[in-house]
Design a protein around this ligand. Structure first.
Ligand SMILES: O=c1[nH]c(=O)c2ncn([C@@H]3O[C@H](COP(=O)(O)OP(=O)(O)OP(=O)(O)O)[C@@H](O)[C@H]3O)c2[nH]1
Ligand SMILES: [Mg+2]
Length: 197
C-alpha cells in the first residue's frame, strides 16, 4: 500500500485525511506518527505559501511525497480574520475554545445577515525532484451566536454551513468530509496526485 505523509500535527485534520484517503488504498502518516520531524514555521503571507513551506520542508527531510494543509476561517465582518492566524488567534496555545470566544466577542452586535464567513483550505503536494503544486477549496457559511454541536474541531461549532442549516460540528464527520473546504480542495488534488507516486 502506498504511504502518503501529511505534514500536520493537527489531530482533527489528520483524522479527516485518513477518512478521505484510506478508502482509496493510500495509507496516511501524519507528523504525530513521525515525531522526530521539526515544527515548520508558518512565515508565509497566504494559506498557499504556508502549505508550500510545510510540504517542501517535510518532503526534503523525508525524501517522500508529502501533502500539507494550511487552512482557516475567514469572517467578512472581521476583514477576513482570523485567516492564516486561525490556529493561534487567541494565543500561542492553539486553544479552540479561546479562539471561538474571541471570534464571538469580536462579532458582538453584528446582525445575522452580516455574519457571513468561509472556511478556506490550501493543499500543497511536494515530492523529491518534482514541481510542487497547490489547490484551494472553500465552503460558505455564517458565524452563529453561540457554539452548537460536538463533532469536528477548531471553529466547527460556530460555523453554520450555508447549504445545511446546521453547524459543521452538528453534522456527522462523514457529511463534513463530503462538503468541507478540505474535501473541496482534495477533489482538485486527486486529479494531480498520480504524478507524485
Ligand atoms: O472549525 C474548523 N474546521 C476545520 O475544518 C478547520 N480547518 C482549519 N481550521 C482552523 O484553522 C486552523 C488551521 O491552522 P493551520 O493550517 O496552521 O493548522 P494547525 O496549526 O492547526 O496544524 P498544522 O497542519 O499546521 O500542523 C486550525 O487550527 C483551526 O483553527 C478549522 N477549523
Ligand atoms: Mg499550523
Amino acid at each position: 500500500m502506498s504511504q502518503i505523509i501529511i505534514a500536520t500535527r493537527n489531530e482533527g485534520k489528520a483524522a479527516e485525511f485518513k477518512a478521505l484517503f484510506e478508502p482509496k488504498g493510500l495509507q496516511v502518516a501524519s507528523l504525530n506518527e513521525l515525531p522526530d520531524l521539526p515544527e515548520v514555521e508558518e512565515t508565509g503571507h497566504s494559506f498557499e505559501e504556508n502549505a508550500i513551506l510545510k510540504a517542501e520542508i517535510i518532503s526534503k527531510l523525508t525524501g517522500k511525497p508529502v501533502i500539507a494543509d494550511d487552512s482557516g476561517l475567514s469572517v467578512d465582518s472581521l476583514g477576513g480574520e482570523p485567516g492564516i492566524y486561525s490556529a493561534r488567534y487567541a494565543g500561542e496555545e492553539k486553544d479552540d475554545a479561546a479562539n471561538i470566544e474571541k471570534v464571538l466577542e469580536s462579532m458582538k452586535g453584528v446582525e445575522k445577515d452580516q455574519r457571513t464567513a468561509r472556511f478556506r483550505c490550501a493543499l500543497a503536494i511536494a515530492a523529491p525532484g518534482k514541481e510542487t503544486k497547490t489547490v484551494e477549496g472553500s465552503v460558505e457559511g455564517y458565524i452563529t451566536e453561540k457554539p452548537e454541536g460536538l463533532h469536528g474541531f477548531g471553529y466547527d461549532p460556530i460555523f453554520l454551513v450555508k447549504d445545511k442549516g446546521a453547524t459543521m460540528a452538528q453534522i456527522s464527520p462523514e457529511e463534513k468530509n463530503k462538503i468541507s473546504h478540505r474535501a473541496d480542495a482534495l477533489k482538485k488534488l486527486e486529479k494531480l496526485i498520480g504524478e507524485y507516486f
